[in-house]
Design a protein around this ligand. Structure first.
Ligand SMILES: *[C@@H]1O[C@H](CO)[C@@H](O)[C@H](O)[C@H]1NC(C)=O
Ligand SMILES: *[C@@H]1O[C@H](CO)[C@@H](O)[C@H](O)[C@H]1NC(C)=O
Ligand SMILES: *[C@@H]1O[C@H](CO)[C@@H](O)[C@H](O)[C@H]1NC(C)=O
Ligand SMILES: *[C@@H]1O[C@H](CO)[C@@H](O)[C@H](O)[C@H]1NC(C)=O
Ligand SMILES: *[C@@H]1O[C@H](CO)[C@@H](O)[C@H](O)[C@H]1NC(C)=O
Length: 456
């Protein structure tokens, strides 16, 4: 029997060559040459550079994602993050005579948690609900209206909130949050219902009376809680009768295309403080890892995405006896001490091709046994205690294209590391990972396996 080490040394190349053989016959030839004739050998190198940087994302749509975000928190590495959700509501169809004898009781907004959260769940979360004093109107350009609303959009509100609350949210136990709202508004709405007022008759007429709402927090909060878009404003009333029955008239979210989240990040005092729109004084839209503690940062919801470039991988062509790249594996290591169970890591991150413009291109995939391509999410290996977590990607196809196809190499400018949507826009788990100059447990690793002619 072969010693274990030797066995895996032999099995690995066989497996790789078979895996690579999926689409091209030529790989099988290399494989059989290697196996039968010992004419070639498989060599692994991890000496090619991977340039890291953090790129500023200027805006992205947050409308119609089905997520209401409430709160804000201060992150030692990413800065102060705040979220505000804007939305419109619609009255139910009612029959005025059913309510004429009714007596108004209260008005409140109910949010239903979606169980995503980020931050400190032991401290109270402050929530404010304000009434918009302008309609939500997506911007128009040359007469065509944008179908989306963005993380940077905002609409003015009346100065006094309709209501607020301070509560400790235990996301695993709390299912809903209730915020008591202004009784003056409640009474006005109830009287409109009782009189079948013009503004209560349908959603568009209602909007012209009640433009919508904003849910926000304040700088004392240290938690962002994700809620569903199935929020409801309850108008509670009772009818004086033998049995004092209370009922509620429910106003629900009306147009999910106008339900969106504004997210801001104040990076002051962090390694990312110069990250921002290049047009702003002192800001740069790309920060090389050398300028940010030899690490790159990803938290797309707050506008930061890590970029990876492979500037010298073509040098593999210059290696004597080089024949062909057969595999390339990328290992991304979160920097020890930058994450823990509170600031937990993104469970899934994809690598997408990009250009100098830094827009997301195509997600890197791997073929499955059945031959279909699936997006890679990094197979996070989590190690909170030992600090040796990692994400691993098979980037063979991308690296082979860089090496073998000059037109492709000219058309690409690396890869962006981002969570899939809607986590991209609505969740806050973040990653700080080391460049090649950092310690062994933090360092990014690119392993390129190539076949070379056997020299002896
Ligand atoms: C919304 O986003 C913009 C741009 O990031 C920011 O300037 C604004 O203060 C935010 N505010 C509110 C209240 O939504
Ligand atoms: C909530 O539940 C998740 C999954 O079971 C767990 O990882 C997390 O620590 C819990 N959070 C709190 C605050 O208890
Ligand atoms: C609301 O009612 C008015 C008048 O009957 C009508 O013109 C309008 O189309 C209606 N809007 C909706 C959204 O039903
Ligand atoms: C946020 O609201 C809470 C409750 O009203 C208040 O105690 C706290 O001072 C507020 N924080 C800021 C920074 O305004
Ligand atoms: C309004 O909401 C309450 C609480 O969610 C629910 O019990 C009630 O059935 C709803 N009423 C209508 C008419 O949908």
């Amino acid at each position: 029997m072969m010693p274990r080490k030797l066995l895996s040394y032999f099995l690995l190349p066989v497996f790789i060559l078979f895996a690579a053989a999926g689409c091209k016959k030529v790989d099988i030839n290399y494989g059989s040459q290697y196996l039968d004739n010992s004419l070639t050998q498989l060599i692994k190198v991890d000496t090619f550079g991977v340039d890291l940087s953090t790129v500023y994302i200027d805006s992205f749509p947050t409308s119609a994602k089905g997520v209401t975000l409430v709160g804000g928190y201060t992150d030692p590495l990413f800065g102060r993050i705040d979220s505000r959700t804007y939305f419109e509501i619609t009255p139910p169809t009612t029959n005025a005579p059913d309510y004429v004898k009714g007596i108004y009781d209260s008005l409140y907004l109910t949010l239903f948690l979606n169980k995503n959260y980020y931050g400190d769940t032991t401290k109270p979360l402050h929530i404010e609900v304000s009434q918009l004093n302008q309609l939500i109107t997506p911007f128009s350009l040359n007469g065509s209206t944008s179908p989306f609303l963005y993380n940077v959009d905002q609409y003015p509100v009346f100065p006094t909130p309709l209501g607020s609350t301070d509560l400790v949210v235990r996301p695993n136990l709390t299912d809903s949050i209730h915020i008591r709202l202004d009784d003056n508004l409640g009474r006005v709405l109830f009287s409109k219902i009782q009189t079948a007022d013009y503004f209560i008759q349908n959603s568009s007429q209602f909007l012209s009376f009640f433009n919508g709402m904003r849910i926000s927090s304040n700088a004392s909060s240290n938690l962002i809680v994700g809620c569903k878009d199935s929020l409801t404003m309850h108008l509670v009333y009772h009818t004086p009768a033998l049995y004092a029955d209370t009922s509620s008239i429910n106003f629900t979210l009306s147009n999910n295309a106008h339900h969106f989240v504004n997210i801001t990040a104040d990076r002051a005092g962090t390694a990312l403080q110069n990250l921002g729109p290049a047009a702003a004084a002192g800001k740069q839209n790309v920060l090389p890892s050398a300028a940010t503690g030899h690490a790159a940062y990803t938290q797309t919801s707050s506008g930061a995405v890590a970029k990876l470039r492979f500037p010298n991988v073509q040098n593999v062509l210059k290696i004597p006896n080089y024949l062909k790249v057969v595999r390339a594996e990328l290992i991304i290591r979160p920097v020890v001490g930058t994450y823990n169970t509170q600031y937990y890591l993104p469970p899934q991150l994809r690598l997408s091709t990009t250009t100098l413009a830094n827009q997301l291109g195509t997600d890197l995939t791997v073929p499955t046994a059945s031959g279909s391509a699936v997006i890679q999410y990094g197979s996070l290996s989590l190690d909170y205690a030992g600090g040796q977590s990692s994400y691993t990607y098979d980037i063979t196809t991308y690296i082979k294209s860089l090496v073998e196809n000059p037109a492709f190499a000219a058309s690409t400018d690396g890869l962006l590391l981002a969570p899939p949507s809607p986590a991209y826009e609505t969740q806050f788990p973040r990653l700080v990972f080391g460049d090649k100059t950092t310690g062994i447990y933090n360092r990014i690793e690119l392993d390129v396996y190539y076949v070379a002619v056997q020299t002896k």
